[in-house]
Design a protein around this ligand. Structure first.
Ligand SMILES: *[C@@H]1O[C@H](CO)[C@@H](O)[C@H](O)[C@H]1NC(C)=O
Ligand SMILES: *[C@@H]1O[C@H](CO)[C@@H](O)[C@H](O)[C@H]1NC(C)=O
Ligand SMILES: *[C@@H]1O[C@H](CO)[C@@H](O)[C@H](O)[C@H]1NC(C)=O
Ligand SMILES: *[C@@H]1O[C@H](CO)[C@@H](O)[C@H](O)[C@H]1NC(C)=O
Length: 508
């Protein structure tokens, strides 16, 4: 079953239940799910009509369409004061039910002018073709993309503008419109940014049938809603650019509370879900706006094979362009294969966080395994402190093994001076915790008394600093209480294959 039919099926089911909610959700992306019947009987025949309009917006009125550039009418360029030596942005929206621009469009236009004052920010209006049942709107992306390509060809011919100055920014279905525009334009455009490109009908498609790295000199993509629930993912999961960044693993964006909404559907009804879905999908746009407005606070993303490895802190290196800047100021690194990168974010602007890898070796005289303590860390730096941060366990803990964790702070704490580390037993009547209780009664020993930590190795993603913190008072390294670690002289142990010192003693 094609993905959009799944969407339709899902929507029909919902539609039966919540028709009265239609009005309220009509402006939300997933509001479309509740609104299919009209479109079923109202297919538009777009075959040989042209529906893309090109509105050059003004910095002073970013929300208004005051002047359209019309292909074939060179005088419209002058009338709209198109500047052919400046950067030109084409902002391309996605699917719509309301037939109106969503509020992010004006915000993005405004942020682009904030950063590039002399730019031409052109909003591509294909609302008429986008206001359709999803499957039809998805099919329309190709024709609209071809029309945008004609526009690009005409404007290049007419003004001699350099296409490296042309940057297409497409959201959701608009990302694929940008892809088709790039692939059909006679000459290659400079850059395409895909903001959570749409998944249904494009996932797994051949590169010609979706946004792909072939469509521009540089294609960068932000994936914010790539979760396969209900048989489809609203955002495309596969990498489709030169650099594909998956903030927060590409799912569950902080502040959107989709997880909570899914759990509390009975309590808050379907609206909780639609809002959360829109929030996650549209987060890609706001991350990009953030990168335009808060240049000094740009977030960093790190190359990693998958999000589990990233969540264990194992990918915070910037060696050989393994890290990059999120959003507008990304370095245009082009490799033969897609590069997947990960980053974490805050719940609101500025979204940037600081990433830390903590490597901890848990020593014990008694073999223990299957421990699931709750681990809390406080970081104290030269500028600020970040207290009571939870270390997420990606696996259960055994003694005499080294574990790696990812930790993020929302603020810049400066240079790290001290760490406080707390191990707490989790209460729960699971079989394993019963076993732990029994065994600790037997041995007269609690888990934490039998586990020690001597040092914590830390790598900071944002500064690329590496350091070792040693237990401050060796008598109190038992994890029965909070343990303090301070900077010490031990070298960070690298496992670099190129290290010439790997045969020296003590580096096992
Ligand atoms: C539609 O396409 C046909 C040929 O495919 C053409 O003859 C006709 O003029 C087109 N109509 C419009 C409105 O462009
Ligand atoms: C056009 O843009 C260039 C640089 O992007 C700028 O120097 C020039 O002043 C602009 N021209 C006008 C008429 O605004
Ligand atoms: C763990 O390692 C320490 C030091 O290397 C050793 O003394 C201890 O016996 C080991 N514990 C277990 C359970 O093997
Ligand atoms: C701990 O377990 C390992 C392997 O599971 C074993 O080699 C070692 O001897 C054990 N140590 C003690 C102190 O039981």
């Amino acid at each position: 079953m094609k993905a959009w039919r799944v969407v339709l099926l899902f929507s029909l089911v919902l539609n039966a239940a919540v028709t009265s909610l239609e009005e309220e959700v009509s402006n939300s992306i997933s509001g479309n799910l509740l609104h299919p019947l009209r479109d079923l009987f109202d297919y538009k025949d777009d075959k040989n009509q042209s529906f893309a309009k090109f509105s050059l917006r003004k910095p002073s009125q970013p929300e208004d369409d005051l002047c359209y550039i019309v292909p074939g009418q060179p005088e419209s360029l002058a009338a709209c004061t198109f500047n052919s030596t400046s950067k030109t942005f084409l902002v391309i929206h996605g699917w719509t039910v309301s037939g109106l621009f969503e509020s992010w469009v004006a915000k993005l236009v405004s942020a682009l002018y904030e950063r590039e004052q002399t730019a031409n920010v052109i909003v591509v209006d294909w609302l008429y073709s986008a206001q359709n049942h999803y499957g039809v709107a998805a099919q329309n992306t190709k024709a609209v993309g071809q029309e945008v390509a004609h526009f690009i060809d005409w404007i290049e011919e007419t003004t001699n503008m350099a296409l490296e100055n042309l940057h297409l920014i497409g959201y959701s279905l608009g990302a694929h419109v940008a892809g088709f525009a790039g692939s059909h334009a006679t000459n290659k455009v400079g850059r395409i940014t895909g903001l959570d490109p749409a998944g249904p009908d494009f996932e797994g498609e051949h590169a010609h049938g979706r946004l792909s790295p072939d469509d521009a000199y540089f294609v960068d993509v932000l994936h914010t809603f790539t979760r396969g629930t209900l048989g489809f993912s609203i955002g495309i999961q596969q990498p489709v650019g030169h650099v594909d960044i998956y903030p927060n693993g590409g799912s569950f964006q902080p502040g959107c509370n989709l997880r909570g909404a899914l759990e509390k559907i009975a309590q808050f009804g379907i609206l909780a879900i639609t809002d959360a879905v829109k929030c996650e999908h549209e987060r890609s746009v706001h991350l990009f706006i953030d990168s335009l407005l808060n240049e000094q606070e740009a977030g960093k993303a790190y190359r990693c094979s998958n999000s589990n490895t990233f969540n264990r802190g194992l990918c915070l290196s910037c060696h050989k362009s393994r890290c990059n800047t999120v959003g507008y100021d990304i370095s245009k690194v082009r490799r033969p294969r897609n590069v997947q990168m990960f980053t974490n974010t805050r719940a609101s602007m500025p979204f940037r966080v600081y990433h830390y890898q903590l490597k901890i070796h848990f020593l014990g005289n008694i073999n223990r395994s299957e421990m699931e303590p709750s681990l809390t860390v406080s970081l104290f730096g030269t500028k600020a402190e970040a207290e009571n941060l939870e270390l997420k366990l990606e696996e259960k803990i055994s003694t005499n093994k080294t574990y790696s964790f990812l930790l993020v702070t929302e603020k810049d704490i400066g240079d790290l001076l001290m760490v406080k580390f707390k191990w707490e037993e989790t209460n729960g009547w699971s079989a394993s915790s019963m076993m732990k209780m029994v065994s600790s009664l037997w041995s007269g020993d609690s888990d934490s008394a039998s586990v020690k930590v001597d040092k914590i190795r830390i790598r900071v993603g944002e500064t690329q600093q590496k350091m070792v913190l040693c237990v401050k008072n060796p008598e109190t390294r038992d994890l029965t209480q909070e343990v303090t670690f301070v900077k010490c002289k031990d070298a960070w142990r690298t496992n670099s294959k190129r290290s010439p010192r790997r045969i020296t003693l003590g580096n096992h």
